[in-house]
Design a protein around this ligand. Structure first.
Ligand SMILES: [Fe+2]
Ligand SMILES: [Fe+2]
Length: 325
């Protein structure tokens, strides 16, 4: 569908709202939103909701590898938090006129908007703890920025609870990465292999570099404060020193002259999802190629979506069985 040109009055209304929120105005209800604001907020909340939702089956599958009952319980506590975070974001989307039912049950698996990282299998305990150490750190990086800068009041308040729980997830990841790093060569090797594919996966998660970034309106409407490259730097500022302090190798270093972290590999580059291998030797690829890979979705996409939806059918058929008994 071709995009309709805004009338001068509509354009003025969009610009007025941008100006207002840039001056610190907080939007509290849908009546105050322009169509542009509502659309940009809907996109942001859908990505947030879908990311939280897909982290649950991904962590749940990996929690089967927990080394003890207690550790399995902590993994399940994280999964419960993620489902609650997803519910918060879908609930906020309902205020904007979207249907939670349609969003969770009415879309094809490839239509979900979570990052490619949550289309990947986490195959052992090391991969689960690096996911909570790296992916949850990415979540905290993105959501802290939204919490501090968003012009949408209901989201700002909801993120207080989310942020506190994400800190627990991250702590879980870091504590366990430390434990595994000291648990001998086998555990250490498993940890390093997880880091090898999950570090570049998280770097890519932050999206297009600023110089190529398409205009999304999220900064204009003050739905976030930092750019993709700035967020990538924030994530590396914690993750690179953490990994180095545990003796883990990561393909990035701090450049004293540029006063920022620099990647030591071609970015972006191709990823072999079956082998969990980044093709550094293949050199840099275009972002169009990355978008193509993201759009095709990764190996666990359908399985994760199905496992989210499965429960409803199971409960319904159990209840039917009870009624028939
Ligand atoms: Fe979460
Ligand atoms: Fe989390």
């Amino acid at each position: 569908m071709a995009k309709r040109q805004l009338t001068p009055e509509e354009l003025q209304a969009e610009q007025d709202l941008m100006q207002k929120v840039q001056n610190g105005y907080m939007v509290e209800s849908v009546e105050e939103m322009t169509p542009g604001y509502k659309k940009a907020l809907s996109v942001q909340l859908t990505v947030q909701a879908d990311t939280e939702l897909m982290s649950a089956p991904s962590y749940w599958r990996a929690a089967q590898h927990a080394p003890s009952t207690n550790t399995m319980v902590s993994a399940h506590a994280i999964i419960q938090d993620e489902l609650a975070h997803a519910n918060i974001a879908y609930r906020l989307l309902e205020d904007l006129g979207h249907s939670k039912e349609q969003l969770v049950y009415g879309r094809e698996p490839h239509e979900f908007k979570h990052p490619y990282g949550f289309d990947q299998p986490l195959d052992n305990w090391a991969e689960l703890v690096v996911a909570t150490g790296f992916f949850d750190r990415a979540g905290i990086t993105l959501l802290t920025d939204v919490h501090e800068n968003t012009s949408y009041g209901p989201l700002k308040r909801a993120l207080i609870k989310v942020g506190m729980e994400e800190t627990f997830h991250l702590r879980h990841g870091e504590v366990w990465m430390r434990r595994l790093s000291k648990a001998g060569d086998h555990a250490r090797g498993m940890l390093q292999r997880a880091v090898d594919w999950m570090f570049p996966m998280t770097i890519e998660w932050f999206g297009l570099p600023d110089e190529l970034k398409r205009h999304s309106g999220q900064l204009d409407y003050k739905l976030k404060g930092l750019t993709n490259d700035q967020l990538r730097q924030v994530w590396m500022q914690s993750t690179v020193p953490l990994s180095e302090s545990l003796g883990l190798k990561v393909p990035a270093h701090y450049d004293e002259e540029r006063k920022e972290y620099v990647l030591d590999y071609p970015f972006p580059c191709e990823y072999d999802a079956e082998a969990k291998h980044w093709d550094f030797d293949g050199g840099e690829i275009s972002w169009d190629q990355v978008f193509e890979r993201w759009k095709a979705r990764g190996p666990m996409n359908e399985w994760y979506v199905e496992s989210i939806r499965r429960s409803r059918g199971q409960v319904e058929s159990w209840l039917n069985d009870q009624a028939a008994a």
